[in-house]
Design a protein around this ligand. Structure first.
Ligand SMILES: Cc1cc2nc3c(=O)[nH]c(=O)nc-3n(C[C@H](O)[C@H](O)[C@H](O)COP(=O)(O)OP(=O)(O)OC[C@H]3O[C@@H](n4cnc5c(N)ncnc54)[C@H](O)[C@@H]3O)c2cc1C
Length: 545
């Protein structure tokens, strides 16, 4: 009986990561392996149904499932993966409430971090285009749509009203088409609730770089999808792509400009930054693995699957980035990890697609199953049945089926679920004795004292030494940010204190845009560094207020 279980770390809680954990839980006993999954959310998103959140035909929380329930024997860490050291087998994850990174070592590593929408080299897209991958993206788009409809209803200037009623989606693959289909359905069905918009036309445009939409499907089905969408009033611009955007318009490669206030982009994709910086073989911009899903040069220890991996089947077919493939890859990787730990049969990835579905909303879809092509209502019913069956857990299945039924009986929900996004710069209150940060913590913010006093302490040879007492109008915490080192002192509130907290990101933006602001802190850090070589490096300094 094995006494020290092998440490398996899975990075990513999407289709590939969650299914890998589920299969590993079945294959390995707890005395053989301890499984840890790291994901930035504590839930798994059923992405194929995500577009339905736009129209509200599926409730927000029914399209996701808590990872703890899906993988009951797996330790979930809800944090950001910041660094992977393949040579020393260490994963570094972001700080939580306590500003300290966590480092975990592994025997087996599964990289399943998916991909991201990359707006690099496309001016204005980052600021003005909405990606569509996560639950937050779907919520943001739904709220935005309601917002522009509300604005269009009161807007008297015809040009601005037209702009508010124009919706552009960049990308004509599955996700782009499904997003547009749901968006168009939603706008069509709720317009009647806006007194001034009932007879007002709206414009929906898909921009696709290829010469047809749905390149994942056969040509006749893609043409059929194009016909269905065009019949519903969706414009499809082919052989063109998004080049740039402003808050007023989408700008295409051909020079065409589309005035709009809603721009969604589902393309292009790139690896998450933490994988981009890995120095290991990549192909087509993804992690290169063999048919056993082992990362090249790290065979037997590191496995990559899902959208972040470049995989070929045994027959030599390039594996597309889909959920059905990710699930099968997870099974293959789990069998091979179990074999690497305790010996036994290994597997090679040989799954070829069973079929593809594309939902076009409004009771129609296109489908290609085991070579048979179907479109219209039958395809839509098949789409719903198959995806419902694939949703894990009876609980979620029943909730989704109930949502669909209610959606057939009643008009879509039109309430906006506004979430107030606070600025990163915020106020905070501390009581006497509270620790604001500790020596050794990562530098994540700069602090300005608005009320009260605090003391800076440094522990040396086990003894705390008082370095300085800081009061109203003084600031602290800049040294660790400017030098990218950990905190060199602990700050403790002496009495009730109110501070203004400027997080690292905002601090750096302000430093870059307002040089005078940056200079104040750079000079202060220098003064403190000089003073620190003799005694204190957190000497008090007055702020400008
Ligand atoms: C709108 C949409 C519709 C789709 N429709 C279909 C469909 O109908 N059929 C189909 O087969 N496929 C569909 N797909 C594709 C399918 O969803 C993906 O192929 C599949 O989700 C890939 O799984 P994955 O595990 O590789 O990545 P993901 O599911 O993207 O999971 C990656 C996970 O890693 C996490 N992560 C990333 N970076 C970090 C980090 N640094 N730290 C911590 N966590 C991190 C993410 O939060 C995420 O949870 C669709 C995709 C989208 C976006």
């Amino acid at each position: 009986m094995r006494s020290n279980p092998k440490q398996i770390i899975i990075l990513g809680g999407g289709f590939a990561g969650v299914y890998a954990a589920r299969y590993l839980e079945k294959l390995l006993r707890s005395n053989e392996a301890s499984i840890t999954l790291i994901n930035r959310e504590n839930y798994w998103v059923y992405q194929p149904m995500l577009p339905e959140v736009i129209s509200g035909s599926i409730g927000l929380t029914n399209v996701v499932s808590p990872i703890r329930r899906l993988c009951p024997r797996t330790n979930l860490i809800m944090r950001e993966v910041e660094d992977i050291d393949l040579d020393n087998q260490i994963v570094t994850i972001s700080p939580g409430f306590r500003p300290r990174q966590l480092q975990l070592t592994y025997d087996q590593l599964v990289i399943a971090l998916g991909n991201i929408t990359n707006f690099h080299g496309m001016p204005g897209l980052m600021e003005n285009a909405m990606p569509f991958r996560t639950l937050a993206d779907a919520m943001a788009l739904r709220n935005h749509l309601i917002h522009v409809l509300e604005e269009a209803d009161v807007e008297e200037e015809p040009e601005l009203r037209r702009q508010l009623l124009t919706f552009v989606v960049g990308g004509g693959g599955f996700s782009g088409v499904e997003v547009m289909a749901e968006l168009n359905d939603f706008v069509c069905s709720v317009k009647r609730n806006y007194l001034c918009l009932r007879n007002e036309p709206h414009r929906c445009v898909i921009v696709q770089a290829a010469n047809r939409i749905l390149p994942e499907m056969s040509e006749p089905l893609a043409m059929s999808a194009q016909r269905i969408l065009r019949k519903r009033g969706v414009e499809i611009i082919l052989n063109d792509r998004l080049k740039a955007a402003t808050s007023e318009r989408a700008i295409l490669q051909s020079g065409t400009e589309i005035p709009c206030k809603t721009l969604v982009s589902t393309v292009p994709s790139a690896l998450p930054p933490v994988i981009q910086k890995l120095n290991c073989p990549k192909e087509h911009g993804k992690l290169l693995v063999n048919t056993g899903l082992e990362l090249k040069d790290y065979e037997g220890k590191v496995w990559a699957l899902g959208d972040c991996a470049s995989i070929q089947t045994v027959a030599g077919t390039m594996v597309p980035p889909t959920a059905q493939h990710a699930i099968r890859e997870a099974a293959t990787a789990a069998i091979n990890i179990a074999a690497a730990i305790r010996g036994g049969r290994r597997m090679e990835f040989e799954f070829e697609s069973l079929g593809t579905f594309g939902s076009l909303g409004h009771g129609s879809a296109v489908a290609q199953i085991l070579g048979v092509k179907v479109s219209g209502l039958l395809a839509w019913l098949l789409w719903r049945c198959i995806y419902l069956m694939k949703m894990p857990g009876l609980n979620r299945k029943v909730r989704i089926a109930a949502d669909w039924l209610l959606h057939l009986l009643f008009p879509p929900e039109l309430a906006q679920t506004k979430v107030a996004f606070e600025s990163g710069i915020r106020n905070q209150h501390f009581e006497p004795g509270d620790i604001i940060f500790r020596q050794g913590d990562l530098g994540d913010s700069v602090y300005v004292i608005e009320e009260g006093e605090c003391e800076a302490l440094r522990v040396q040879k086990g003894q705390p030494e008082l370095l300085a007492t800081l009061g109203r109008g003084e600031y602290f915490g800049e040294m660790a940010l400017l030098s990218d080192r950990t905190r060199n002192a602990t700050i403790r509130a002496c009495n009730a204190m109110n501070v203004l907290i400027i997080p690292k990101g905002d601090f750096n933006k302000l430093r870059q845009s307002v040089p005078a602001f940056g200079n104040v802190f750079a000079e202060l850090a220098n003064e403190r560094a000089v003073a620190g070589s003799t005694h204190s490096s957190v000497e008090p300094h007055p702020s400008n207020n």
